[in-house]
Design a protein around this ligand. Structure first.
Ligand code: CTP
Ligand code: MG
Length: 394
């Protein structure tokens, strides 16, 4: 007798794939999700399940990192772990894992490391359900399915007779090893262990799978895993600030437009639109806060539809872009530097117009002169600075 009795169940965690579709620059199992790798999460699930021998099938060259992940995850179950190197196909990797099973093992589970968030209860449920028949966890198919020939829809598919297979898949050990030997001899490649087992004449039953056992295959799947783990949940809730400035020279024909108001009798500002430097500074502050680029990109000369447009048009469209990106506007603070117009008498009116254009967000506008200094002091033009605070929506 050793200090530890040999478990009668083993789980082979296949982690040797390259992750071509994820394209993350490393074998998929070693890719980071939230400070912990795909494999680390998969192993955490495995070690939270009932005690079993754990065979980790590592990517060639990745054995050292795999060892480190096992040390971090296994704790006192370290003695239950064996590491082998994988093969060119998943089937070969599983075969390498089968060769490392301990003698007393009677039930074998085969699990994709890529199903990193599989609940431990699913692992236990599969192990408990294995008889002479194999067991797979599966989910009902929710999409409406079509039979296709290229781009042609050639017919419907009855989804009620279909199920989406997950892992771990569990089998009686001897029958699975026989099935693998038969597949090896015939050279047949199967897409999962259940198919290989069935090809050798074995029966396979299903139990309920779970949404969390989805396979990380594409970058969108990795993002889904990150969201589920709440890896980003702290960051998006923080407010964000942005700053914008704009300068326009006095010049041209007509009346001045500033801060969303027309100022009859005042010298106009020149510019692609109406030259409303207050509106332009606010747009840059808001776009900057949201990380959405700048005014030139969205409203510049490449967008002739905005030529001559007034503040309301820019601001309303900007507020819309922020909402589409998931942000609400907290407040905007603006400072105008210039000798003219005399702003204080129309401050309340300007703030109201700007606020309404931004869907009711608080806007405050201050104005100052520059003591006769610089272009603003000489009356050649005005300069505006705006600061915006925005926050992510729920
Ligand atoms: N796998 C393996 N050995 C291989 C191929 C795959 O151990 N030669 C493992 C993967 O590491 C993964 C599981 O099988 O945990 C499911 O495979 P898949 O999602 O296809 O992973 P990859 O083959 O790595 O990805 P891709 O097909 O995009 O390259
Ligand atoms: Mg693959």
């Amino acid at each position: 007798m050793t200090a530890h009795s040999t478990p009668d169940t083993a789980i082979i965690v296949v982690a040797a794939g390259s992750g071509t579709r994820l394209a993350a620059g490393a074998p998929k199992a070693l890719v980071d999700i939230d400070g912990r790798s795909v494999l680390r999460h998969a192993l955490d699930g495995v070690f939270a399940a009932g005690p079993m021998q754990v065979v980790v099938v590592a990517p060639a060259g990745g054995e050292q990192q795999v060892d480190a992940e096992i040390r971090a995850s296994a704790g006192e179950r370290r003695h239950l772990v064996t590491v082998v190197t994988g093969g060119a196909t998943r089937q070969q990797s599983v075969a390498a894992g089968l060769a490392a099973l301990q003698d007393g093992v009677r039930i074998v589970l085969v699990h994709d490391a890529a199903r990193a968030l599989t609940p431990p209860a699913q692992i236990d449920a599969v192990a408990a359900a294995v008889t002479d028949a194999g067991v797979i966890p599966a989910l009902p198919v929710v999409d409406t399915l079509k039979r296709v020939d290229g781009d042609e829809i050639t017919g419907p598919v009855d989804r009620s007779v279909l199920a989406a297979a997950q892992t771990p898949q569990g089998f009686p050990r001897a029958a699975l090893q026989d099935a693998y030997a038969a597949a090896g001899a015939s050279g047949a490649e199967h897409t999962d262990d259940a198919a290989l087992f069935a090809a050798a004449g074995g029966a396979v039953r299903r139990i309920d799978g779970s949404e969390r056992a989805f396979k990380i295959t594409t970058p969108a799947d990795l993002e889904r895993a990150r969201m589920l783990l709440g890896a980003r949940s702290a960051a998006p809730m923080l407010p964000r600030i942005g700053v914008g400035t704009d300068v326009h020279a006095f010049g041209g024909e007509g009346d001045l437009w500033l801060a969303g108001l027309e100022w009859p009798g005042e010298q106009p500002l020149s510019g692609h639109s109406d030259g409303d430097a207050v509106a332009h500074a606010i747009v840059d502050a808001l776009l900057g806060a949201a990380g959405l680029g700048d005014i030139g990109q969205h409203f510049g000369t490449a967008h002739p539809e905005y030529a001559g447009a007034h503040a309301q048009v820019f601001l309303a469209r900007t507020a819309e872009m922020l909402a589409e990106a998931g942000f609400a506007i907290g407040n905007v603070s603006v400072q105008i530097k210039g000798n003219r117009p005399r702003f204080s008498g129309r401050r309340a009116e300007a703030e109201q117009v700007l606020s309404a254009a931004l869907g009711g967000a608080s806007v405050s506008v201050a104005a100052t002169t520059t003591d006769g200094l610089g272009f603003t002091g000489r009356g050649e033009g005005i300069a505006v600075t705006a600061v915006a605070l925005i926050h992510p929506l729920g």
